[in-house]
Design a protein around this ligand. Structure first.
Ligand SMILES: [Zn+2]
Length: 89
């Protein structure tokens, strides 16, 4: 089970389906350099896993000590159930 508060960025909680980096490791470009952003597939997977674990109304917020889950953070923000991408970013 992914822990979205355990890493410097919530998307790091899931492995990347694109460049195959494991959870906790930043995405990598084909050149071997660290990417400046996550692959879209990983963001989508992180969002999906986040909703699966915490529900569609939850959001994750940055705190002084890292990250915390707000179970009702999305209420009132998103007018429709879709799109579901973007909970984390
Ligand atoms: Zn990647």
């Amino acid at each position: 089970m992914s822990d979205f508060t355990a890493y410097p960025h919530p998307v790091l909680a899931v492995p990347c389906p694109d460049c195959r980096r494991r959870a906790g490791a930043w995405c990598q470009r084909p050149s071997g350099h660290k990417a400046s952003d996550f692959h879209l597939a990983r963001k989508a997977e992180a969002d999906r896993a986040f909703i699966e674990r915490h529900g569609p109304d939850a959001s994750i917020v940055r705190t002084a000590g890292g990250w915390s889950i707000d179970p009702r953070g999305r209420v009132g923000i998103r007018p429709t159930p879709e799109p579901r991408q973007g909970n984390l970013l």
